[in-house]
Write a protein that binds this ligand. Structure first.
Ligand SMILES: [Ca+2]
Ligand SMILES: [Ca+2]
Length: 221
């Protein structure tokens, strides 16, 4: 029998599955599609919808629908947003070391793929940041070819989803060479005092040691 399963629930803003108790389950804000070992998950609604397809009865096209809780989970110390988990590391490391750390945690430096994701991170940084020097590496670099910004998965930066600082004091990216003659090939985010808008990205020398944001896909159970 082949089973196609769509699940739905609610996860929402700042739900931190697994943070208060290891293994704690949440039944919020997610939907998913499973087919054998494969699974896709997303977010909306409050309950789960399961679509069962029985290949053995395909000629009669028998479908059934059931409602069940959706279960998504992040590891302790990770924060859930939609279908992704985020870890705001306190370790101050250079960009490469930060990426290695994220990968050891079975994630990678964050890839920001939507305005909503940038808004979520902005909101979290407003409580994570202690002072103006407290900034965070993200998974964006132009170390291979100057000016060609790529995420750690090799995909190019979508210019319509770039949040470079653009104000009287900072026009980024500027590949400033005063601090590091090699220029600035890695991207960090964060601004304090907080300003209106979402444009908080700066290119900086990859050798600077600072905090970082790791990301990985939430577990769907
Ligand atoms: Ca550069
Ligand atoms: Ca810069």
């Amino acid at each position: 029998m082949q089973q196609v399963e769509a699940v739905d629930g609610r996860g929402g803003d700042g739900v931190e599955a697994g943070r208060s108790a290891a293994g704690k389950r949440t039944d919020h804000d997610c939907w998913g599609l499973k087919a054998g070992p494969m699974a896709m998950i997303g977010c909306y609604g409050g309950v789960a919808l399961t679509l069962m397809w029985r290949s053995s009865v395909i000629l009669t096209s028998r479908f059934s629908f059931t409602v069940q809780p959706c279960v998504v989970r992040c590891d302790a110390g990770w924060r859930l947003n939609g279908t992704k988990c985020y870890h705001f590391s306190s370790n101050r490391l250079n960009w490469t070391e930060s990426r290695d750390m994220c990968q050891r945690l079975r994630g990678d430096l964050v890839k920001i793929e939507s305005r909503e994701e940038q808004e979520f991170l902005d909101g979290k940084l407003q409580t994570e940041m202690i002072d103006n020097g407290d900034k965070f590496w993200i998974g964006l670099t132009d170390s291979e070819a100057e000016g060609q910004w790529v995420w750690t998965d090799g995909s190019p930066l979508n210019s319509s989803l770039a949040f470079w600082a653009d104000n009287d004091d900072n026009k980024e990216p500027d590949n400033w060479t005063v601090e590091d003659p090699e220029g600035e090939d890695c991207v960090r985010m964060g601004q304090k005092p907080f300003i209106e808008g979402l444009k908080w990205w700066y290119d900086r020398s990859c050798q600077i040691e600072q905090r970082s944001i790791c990301e990985k896909t939430a577990k769907i159970l």
